[in-house]
Write a protein that binds this ligand. Structure first.
Ligand SMILES: [Zn+2]
Length: 508
C-alpha cells in the first residue's frame, strides 16, 4: 500500500514542494529513505520510528520505503520528519490514504512524538500561499511567525497524535494570531553619545536618506565604528513585508529567530571573514553577511584588511542587490539590498594627515595600502568623508548633560527625504541610489546651472560614467533633505565634494 504527503525543501530562501511517498512491503522489517536525503534526514528513520511508537501508533513490522521527489533535488534538514511519519501511517492503513495529500507538513519529531521548532516555516508558508494546497500543518512554536503571511490556513500542533487527529477529523483551522512587528526598533545606540564629527554625521544622514554607500577614513580612535553602529537609529523602521524578508534570511541561515523586528539589521563581520562568509556559499549554499544585512547596514571596518577576492565579490551584490550561487544542478539566490558603510585608516600606521607628524609610512606604503581597495569598488562608494581625530580636551569641555542629541532631528529629515522619494517613484522599494538611468533623466530635475557644474566636474575630475551618475543621485538626495524640487548648485557641489579622486588624501 502506498500513501503520499507533501513537505518542502528549502533552496536559498524559497521552499520547493517535496512529495513524500511511503510504501509498506510485506517483507522483513527494514526502513529506507531514498531521494537525496542529507545526514540529518537519514537519521530521521530513528526519530520517526520512536515518535510513531511513543505516540500510541504502531510502526509497520514490515519493509518501509520512503521516497522523496523530485529525486534530483538535494533535501536537507529534519523538518521533513512529520511528512515522513504521516505518510508511513497512511501507507500502513492507520489513517485514510488520502487524508494528508492536500496539506503541507513541516516539523522535526522528538522521540516522544512532540513537534519541535523548525527553521523553514516562513518559506513553507510562502509556498502554501502560492499553491492551491489546503493548509500548512506545523509545530505550534512556529505558528505565530508563519501567521505573519496573511490568508493561509495554519494548523499548529504540539504532538504527532494531534496532527493525526486534525487529518482524521478534518477540524477547521484555529485562529492564529500573527507575531506583532516589534515597534521599538530604535533601542540601539544613538548619536547622543557622539560628540562633534558633524561632517561624518551629515554623510551618514545622506546615506540613510537615499541609500548611498559610505567610506569613513580617519585615524584610529576617531570614532568611525561608533558613527557607523548608530546609523540604524536614524533609518526608517522596516515595513512588515521587509521584516518578513529579513526573518526569512535568518531562517535560511539557521540563525536564532528574532521574530519580526522593524529594526534594520546591522552586520559587522571581522576582516578575516572568508569570501563565502561575506557573500554566501558553501556546499549547501547559505546566506552570507551581505544577505544578513539585507534592508539594513553592512559595516566593514578596516576595509583594506579584508581579503581581496572577498572585496571584489562585493561588487555584484552592490550592483544587483542579489547574490546567486551555483552548486551542481541547483542555482540558489539570496536577496542582498544593503547599505555599505566601510571604514579605513588613511595609511598602514593610521596617523597620516593628523597633526604632530606621527605618521611614519613611506608614500609607496600608503599607495600600496590604499590600492588594496580596487578602483571599481571605490567607484561604488558615493560618499567619502574624513573623520578627524578628536582633540583630547574635546570630551572634557562638554559635560554630558549639555550634549544635544541630534538623532531625532536627523531622523526627521531622513524620514522626510524618504517620503519625497516614495512620492517620486510611487513605491517604497525605490530609493535615489537605485534609480535607473531613464529615471535619472526624467526624475532627477537638475537645474541648468547644476547640470553645467557636473559636466564641468566630469571633465576636470575625470569622473567615470558610473561616478557621474552616482554623484547626480547623491545630489538628488541632498536636494530631498533640503526639501528642494530641483537640484541646485550647492547640492551638486556638496555631492561632488564626497567623490574623492583615487587614493586617500587625508583631510581636505
Ligand atoms: Zn602612516
Amino acid at each position: 500500500m502506498t500513501a503520499q504527503t507533501r513537505s518542502c525543501a528549502v533552496v536559498g530562501v524559497e521552499a520547493v514542494e517535496v512529495l513524500v511517498e511511503a510504501q509498506v512491503i510485506p517483507a522483513l522489517r527494514r526502513f529506507s529513505i531514498v531521494g537525496l536525503p542529507d545526514s540529518a534526514l537519514r537519521e530521521s528513520k530513528d526519530r520517526v520510528r520512536c515518535a510513531v511508537e511513543n505516540s500510541g501508533f504502531s510502526f509497520p513490522n514490515r519493509e518501509v520505503v520512503v521516497s522523496l521527489a523530485p529525486a534530483s533535488l538535494p533535501k536537507h534538514g529534519s523538518h521533513l520528519d512529520l511528512a515522513i511519519a504521516v505518510s508511513i501511517l497512511a501507507a500502513d492503513g492507520q489513517l485514510p490514504e488520502d487524508a494528508a495529500k492536500d496539506f503541507l507538513l513541516i516539523g522535526e519529531l522528538a522521540l516522544n512524538g512532540s513537534l519541535q521548532y523548525t527553521g523553514s516555516s516562513l518559506a513553507a508558508a510562502h509556498l502554501v500561499k502560492k499553491s492551491n494546497l489546503n493548509g500548512l500543518i506545523l509545530p505550534r512554536a512556529n505558528a505565530a511567525l508563519a501567521a505573519a503571511l496573511e490568508d493561509i490556513k495554519l494548523y499548529p500542533a504540539q504532538l504527532l497524535g494531534e496532527v493525526i487527529a486534525i487529518l482524521k477529523e478534518r477540524t477547521p483551522p484555529p485562529r492564529v494570531n500573527s507575531m506583532p512587528l516589534s515597534t521599538t526598533p530604535m533601542t540601539g545606540p544613538s548619536y547622543r553619545d557622539v560628540y562633534g564629527q558633524s561632517a561624518a554625521k551629515r554623510v551618514l544622514e545622506i546615506s540613510a536618506a537615499g541609500g548611498h554607500n559610505v567610506l569613513l577614513t580617519g585615524p584610529p580612535g576617531s570614532g568611525k565604528s561608533m558613527l557607523a553602529e548608530r546609523l540604524p537609529s536614524i533609518m526608517p523602521p522596516l515595513s512588515k513585508d521587509c521584516a518578513i524578508e529579513v526573518a526569512l534570511i535568518r531562517e535560511a541561515s539557521h540563525l536564532k529567530s528574532q521574530g519580526l523586528s522593524a529594526a534594520p539589521p546591522f552586520r559587522a563581520p571581522h576582516h578575516s571573514t572568508s569570501t563565502a562568509g561575506l557573500i554566501g556559499g558553501g556546499s549547501r549554499p547559505r546566506p552570507g553577511e551581505v544577505s544578513l544585512a539585507h534592508r539594513g547596514v553592512l559595516f566593514l571596518d578596516e576595509l583594506p584588511e579584508f581579503r581581496r577576492d572577498a572585496l571584489e565579490a562585493l561588487r555584484t551584490p552592490l550592483e544587483r542587490s542579489t547574490v546567486s550561487i551555483s552548486r551542481a544542478n541547483v542555482c540558489t539566490s539570496f536577496p542582498a539590498r544593503f547599505l555599505l558603510i566601510a571604514a579605513m585608516n588613511p595609511c598602514p600606521c593610521g596617523y597620516f594627515g593628523t597633526k604632530g607628524g606621527r605618521c611614519t609610512c613611506l608614500p609607496t606604503e600608503i599607495a600600496k595600502y590604499c590600492a588594496k581597495v580596487s578602483g571599481p569598488l571605490m567607484d561604488r562608494i558615493d560618499l567619502n568623508v574624513w573623520v578627524p581625530p578628536l582633540p583630547p580636551t574635546a570630551l572634557a569641555k562638554i559635560p554630558r548633560t549639555q550634549a544635544v542629541d541630534e538623532t531625532p532631528e536627523m531622523r526627521r529629515r531622513v524620514l522626510g527625504a524618504r517620503a519625497r522619494q516614495r512620492e517620486r517613484f510611487r513605491s517604497s522599494s525605490y530609493l535615489n541610489s537605485t534609480m535607473s538611468s531613464d529615471q535619472l533623466k526624467s526624475l532627477a530635475q537638475t537645474s541648468p546651472q547644476s547640470q553645467k557644474l557636473i559636466e564641468q566636474a566630469a571633465y576636470t575630475a575625470a569622473l567615470s560614467a558610473r561616478g557621474f551618475t552616482r554623484a547626480l543621485k547623491v545630489a538628488r538626495t541632498i536636494a530631498d533633505l533640503e526639501e528642494s524640487e530641483t537640484i541646485e548648485p550647492p547640492h551638486m557641489q556638496e555631492a561632488l565634494s564626497y567623490r574623492l579622486p583615487r587614493g586617500v588624501t587625508g583631510p581636505k
